[in-house]
Design a protein around this ligand. Structure first.
Ligand SMILES: C[S@@+](CC[C@H](N)C(=O)[O-])C[C@H]1O[C@@H](n2cnc3c(N)ncnc32)[C@H](O)[C@@H]1O
Length: 314
C-alpha cells in the first residue's frame, strides 16, 4: 500500500467492519486521563477515536508524509490533545510511558505489512505496566479450496494461448499467492487453526504456521485459503474469513499446481512458511498440504529464482 495516496486511506476507512470495530473497542479501553500511542496513524482516525473516548494525550506516529494532513484534520475537528510524530516507529522518542497502544498494523494474511516487529519494540519501550494493546490477539486460520474457478484461471498458459508453447512458464501462476474474497461454499467447512499472536507477550513474527483439518468429503483441493481473526479487546473484534462480512484484506489464496485429492475423514496437514526478502522481493512463501502418505509443496521463490539464473543455464 502507498500511504501517501488518498486511495489507500479511503479503502481502509470505507472498510466499516474494520473501522467501526476499532471505534467500539477504543471506546471501551480508553478511559479519561489515559495516555495513548497510535502506531501508524494514517489519517489519524484511531487517534480521533481515542481523543473522543477521553484520552488525556494521544501520540500519533506515522512515517508517511500523510501525517501533515492528519494533523490539519485534527485541528479542523477540534482535537487539540493529539501530538503527531512524523517518523519511523523505531525513531519515536517519548518522555513518558503510555496506558494504551492502538495500531492497525495487519496486512494481507496478517504479515505482509511488516509493522509487527516495530510495534513489539514500541510496546517494550513505552507500554506502562498493566497497559493495554489494541488489538490484543490475532488468530490465524486456513481452509481447503474445493472450487476450481481460480485453478482454471491460473491454467491460462497451459492452453497454449495464441498457438504459443508456454510450457516453460505454464506453472508459474500457481507459485504466487494472491488476495481474493472467497465465499464459504468455495472451501471445505473444516478450518485449520494455525496458531495465534498475543500482542502482550509475543517476541516476533512466527515464520511457520501449521495446522490440520479433517476433510468432510472426498474432494479435489485446488489450494489453501489463509486469513486472520482479530480480538481487539475481550469479546470485541472482527473476522476476515470467507464466511465473515467482507473486509479489504480478503483472504490469501495459496494455489496448488495440481488438484490434491482428499478423502472423507482424512486428516490433512497444512504448513505455511514465510520469509522476508531483504532485497526487494517482498515476502517469500512456501506452502504444503499432506495427508501423511502424499505431500504437495509449493514455493513462491521458484520463478523468481529462475529469473536470477545466469543466462547460459536457462
Ligand atoms: C494499515 S495503515 C493504518 C492507518 C490508520 N491507523 C487507519 O487505521 O486507517 C498503517 C500505517 O502505518 C504506517 N507505517 C507502517 N510502518 C511504519 C513504521 N515502521 N513507522 C511508522 N509508520 C509506519 C503507514 O504509513 C500507514 O499509514
Amino acid at each position: 500500500m502507498h500511504y501517501e495516496s488518498i486511495s489507500a486511506h479511503q479503502i481502509m476507512l470505507e472498510d466499516s467492519v474494520r473501522t467501526r470495530s476499532y471505534e467500539r473497542a477504543i471506546q471501551v479501553v480508553v478511559k479519561p486521563g489515559h495516555r495513548v500511542l497510535d502506531f501508524g496513524c494514517g489519517t489519524g482516525i484511531l487517534s480521533f477515536f481515542a481523543s473522543r473516548a477521553g484520552a488525556k494525550i494521544v501520540h500519533a506516529v506515522d512515517r508517511s508524509g500523510f501525517t501533515k494532513v492528519a494533523k490539519a484534520i485534527a485541528r479542523k475537528n477540534g482535537f487539540h490533545n493529539i501530538i503527531f510524530h512524523h517518523c519511523e516507529g523505531d525513531k519515536l522518542a517519548l518522555d513518558e510511558p503510555v496506558d494504551v497502544i492502538v495500531s492497525e498494523w495487519m496486512g494481507t494474511f496478517l504479515f505482509s505489512e511488516w509493522m509487527l516487529p516495530s510495534l513489539i519494540r514500541l510496546r517494550d519501550r513505552y507500554l506502562a505496566d498493566g497497559g493495554v494493546m489494541v488489538p490484543e490477539k490475532i488468530f490465524l486460520r486456513a481452509g481447503l479450496v474445493c472450487d476450481d474457478t481460480l485453478h482454471n484461471k491460473l491454467s491460462f498458459f497451459r492452453q497454449k494461448p495464441y498457438g504459443i508453447d508456454f510450457s516453460l512458464i505454464e506453472d508459474w501462476p500457481f507459485y504466487q499467492p494472491f488476495p481474493i474474497q472467497f465465499s464459504g461454499s468455495q472451501i471445505l467447512p473444516a478450518r485449520a487453526d494455525l496458531g495465534d499472536v498475543n500482542l502482550h507477550t509475543c517476541k516476533g513474527e512466527p515464520d511457520l504456521l501449521e495446522g490440520t483439518v479433517v476433510a468432510d468429503r472426498n474432494a479435489p483441493i485446488y489450494g489453501l485459503c489463509g486469513w486472520f481473526d482479530v480480538q481487539l479487546t475481550g469479546e470485541m473484534g472482527f473476522e476476515t474469513g470467507p464466511e465473515a462480512p467482507a473486509t479489504h484484506w480478503k483472504q490469501l489464496f495459496f494455489p496448488l499446481r495440481k488438484p490434491f485429492e482428499v478423502k472423507e475423514g482424512n486428516e490433512i496437514r497444512i504448513r505455511i512458511h514465510f520469509r522476508r526478502e531483504q532485497r526487494g522481493e517482498g515476502t517469500v512463501w512456501r506452502w504444503s498440504i499432506s495427508d501423511g502418505a502424499r505431500t504437495e509443496e509449493m514455493d513462491s521463490f521458484v520463478h523468481k529464482a529462475w529469473l536470477k539464473l545466469p543466462d547460459e543455464i536457462k
